[in-house]
Structures are given as structure tokens and as C-alpha cells.
Write a protein that binds this ligand. Structure first.
Ligand SMILES: [Zn+2]
Length: 389
């Protein structure tokens, strides 16, 4: 059994720490989230919603039921019992079908600010979310950005992830300033507690933070890489389930949406490239920024190459010369396309890009050469493994 106690709020200089003590297998631990004290009035201390969402994967992984010593949103409790726990168990057979045992259910609406927010990484999806909502009115207009340290800067957290979190924040805050929005940063030890792969757990980690701000957000938009027609139950691929999971994390106070679902990755890239504010801030790189690098992006990792190629196909790459090394891109372009074509397990995003490459007659013998080279290299490795076994 996992037993979660009442939330506690503690003030430390200019920060407020919202935390719970919880017990697992007779071990007492603390899950905490830290905010600027500016947002204290918006933090929900009355309910355990955010903490249950944060610790749910720990329960599913270890098979422990979760007992609550404070109220939970009745709506969230209903969704967990009727949809979410079963959906997670269906997608990952290693998970156990656990129970949430509430002390009481609450139907109160705590929201006071009646506004909307979204996470900002300055990547394609979060920019698409922001610009897709730019003509909305309250409570659907995005008035706040959030920036969370719950795994996207390193699966297991710790000082290394925290350093990357702070470095990436520089770019995020500069963009936010240009569009006149505040950024709410949240640090947490959730990664250190879960010790699970971010790719398999990221959606609940993110929404856990957003649900601490239920008094602020009437609506919260979650940027997912998926489009409506990508919905699927694939083994351990929870991204394809986002459009089922995310809205079911809504409470009486905050509705959570998956944004930009109508757009493919190429559509989103095209959408954001219409806005010059993105030209100096687009950050898609999987390699953290290192001091001395001229551009935010490394221009070598698969995400950088995919984005640069998409921008080039759209005729927009030159606009982004401050954030990418375009010479590096041109040098490696055909090698990258060859690698993309040779991939055994192609993602939906890969297939979409390949279709456009072919439609635009970008194929040539050099690309085929790299494709075949990659395939042969993989075969060689396979044979080596067979002979050595
Ligand atoms: Zn990169």
C-alpha cells in the first residue's frame, strides 16, 4: 500500500514548497514541488489530485493500492477508476490493476483566475499550441507558460537534469518576454522518486505539476506530438494514448486538453514558421546546449536534422539560421535522408516526412547509397551477433 498524507505548504525565502509525505513498504518519503512565492495563492492545498497523478505510475509499477489521507477531485477519481488505470494496464502488461482508496471526494471548483496555460519548451509542438490559441479569449487564451523539471531534462532528475533545466529556461524566458507572458517554473523530486523512463511516464508527470495550479488554470493545454488519427494502443507507446489519457485528468477546477491534434508535424512546423518570434528561439535539440556552441541546437541529432529538413522542404530554413548551423545541415542532409529511409521501425513522423521528400522529388542516387549502406551495416552487425553467440 502507498499511503499519501495531506499536502503541506512551506515558505523558504522567495520560494514556496508544496509537498506530501507518503509511505511505501514501511518507507516514509517526501514528494515535493517548488514554486516562486508569487504563485502561492494559486496552489491547491485542499486536495491530493496532483500527488495522486504524480505517484500513479509508482503504484502501477509496484502493484500497491494508493490510500489517500486527504480529499481528491470526484471527477478525477471517477476517471482513474473507469478509464485511466485500465488503459495504462492495457498498454503496458507489466502494470498491476491497482485501487485508489480516497478519504473523501470533493466536487468543489477552486479556480479563481479563470485563465489558461501551457508548457513551453520552444519546440515545434509547444510553439504550435501557443500560436494556435493566439486569437482565443479568456479563459482559453494562453496567459501563462509553464516550465517543469519533472523528467524532460533527464529521466532520473538530480543535479544534472536541474542544470539542463536552468540552461533551457534562458531561451524559454527570452521568448516569453517577447510575447509578453509570464513563465511559471516548477522544480520537483518526482523523477528521483519514480526512477522510470521519461518516455513511458511523461504525460502524468507534466499534468501532475499543472494540477497544483488549479486555482490559476481553468484550462491547461498539453502539447503532444500526435494527431487525431495516430490514436492507438501500442505496447508501452503512451504518446499514442495522449488524447484519451490527458482529458481524463481534468478536475472540477481545471480542464486539461491535448492541443494541436488536427495538425501533423509538418503542418505544425509550417504554422510556427509564420511567426518571426520563433526564428531566434526554436529549440528542438536532444543534446543539451553546451557553452561555446554558437546555436541553441546542435544541428546533428535526429530531431535537429528532421526539423531542418522539414523547414527546408517548406522553404523556411533560412529564417532559422540563428538557431541552426545550416552548413552542417547541408553537409549531412543526404546522409540523414538515407538513414531515415533505412530505419526499420519508422515513426509516424518519419513516414510523413518520407512521403513529402518523395513527392518533392528529392531522391537521388547518393541518398540511395546511404540508405543501402545503413541497411548493410545493420545486417553485418546482425551476422556478427549470430556468429558470436
Ligand atoms: Zn540537436
Amino acid at each position: 500500500m502507498i499511503i499519501i498524507d495531506k499536502p503541506q505548504l512551506e515558505k523558504r525565502n522567495d520560494k514556496v514548497i508544496l509537498s506530501v509525505d507518503f509511505e511505501i513498504e514501511a518507507d516514509r518519503r517526501k514528494l515535493w514541488y517548488s514554486f516562486s512565492n508569487k504563485y502561492e495563492e494559486y496552489l491547491i492545498v485542499e486536495q491530493l489530485d496532483a500527488f495522486v497523478v504524480g505517484l500513479l505510475f509508482l503504484g502501477l509499477k509496484t502493484g500497491h493500492n494508493i490510500k489517500l489521507n486527504a480529499p481528491i477531485s470526484a471527477r478525477l477519481f471517477y476517471s482513474l477508476n473507469h478509464y485511466l488505470i485500465d488503459a495504462f494496464c492495457l498498454v503496458n502488461p507489466d502494470y498491476k490493476r491497482i485501487k485508489i482508496i480516497p478519504s473523501s471526494l470533493s466536487t468543489s471548483d477552486f479556480n479563481v483566475a479563470n485563465t489558461a496555460g501551457t508548457g513551453l519548451s520552444c519546440g515545434i509542438d509547444s510553439f504550435a499550441t501557443y500560436f494556435e490559441h493566439k486569437n482565443e479569449v479568456s479563459p482559453y487564451l494562453i496567459e501563462y507558460f509553464t516550465f517543469f523539471n519533472v523528467g524532460s531534462h533527464g529521466d532520473n532528475g538530480g543535479d544534472k537534469a536541474r542544470k539542463i533545466f536552468n540552461e533551457r529556461f534562458n531561451n524559454v524566458s527570452q521568448f516569453a518576454e517577447k510575447v509578453n507572458r509570464e513563465v511559471i517554473t516548477v522544480d520537483s523530486n518526482l523523477s528521483e522518486i519514480l526512477k522510470m523512463k521519461f518516455q513511458e511516464t511523461y504525460n502524468l508527470r507534466t499534468i501532475s505539476c499543472a494540477l497544483l495550479l488549479q486555482k490559476l488554470f481553468k484550462n491547461y493545454y498539453y502539447s503532444s506530438g500526435t494527431r487525431f488519427d495516430h490514436f492507438a494502443f501500442n505496447n508501452k507507446e503512451i504518446a499514442d494514448l495522449d488524447m484519451l489519457v490527458i482529458p481524463n485528468l481534468s478536475t472540477e477546477s481545471t480542464s486539461v486538453f491535448v492541443s494541436a491534434l488536427k495538425y501533423s508535424r509538418i503542418d505544425r512546423t509550417e504554422l510556427i514558421s509564420e511567426f518571426p518570434q520563433t526564428y531566434e528561439h526554436l529549440d528542438v535539440c536532444t543534446h543539451p546546449y553546451i557553452e561555446g556552441r554558437d546555436e541553441i541546437n546542435c544541428s546533428e541529432c535526429y530531431k535537429c536534422q528532421r526539423t531542418m529538413l522539414t523547414l527546408e522542404l517548406l522553404g523556411k530554413l533560412e529564417f532559422y539560421e540563428k538557431v541552426f548551423d545550416l552548413d552542417k545541415f547541408r553537409k549531412n542532409k543526404k546522409k540523414y535522408i538515407g538513414w531515415l529511409l533505412s530505419k526499420k521501425k519508422k515513426l509516424t513522423l518519419d513516414r510523413e516526412l518520407i512521403r513529402v521528400i518523395k513527392e518533392m522529388n528529392q531522391m537521388d542516387s547518393e541518398i540511395y547509397f546511404y540508405m543501402i549502406k545503413n541497411i548493410l551495416y545493420r545486417q553485418k552487425l546482425k551476422l556478427k551477433r549470430i556468429f558470436n553467440s
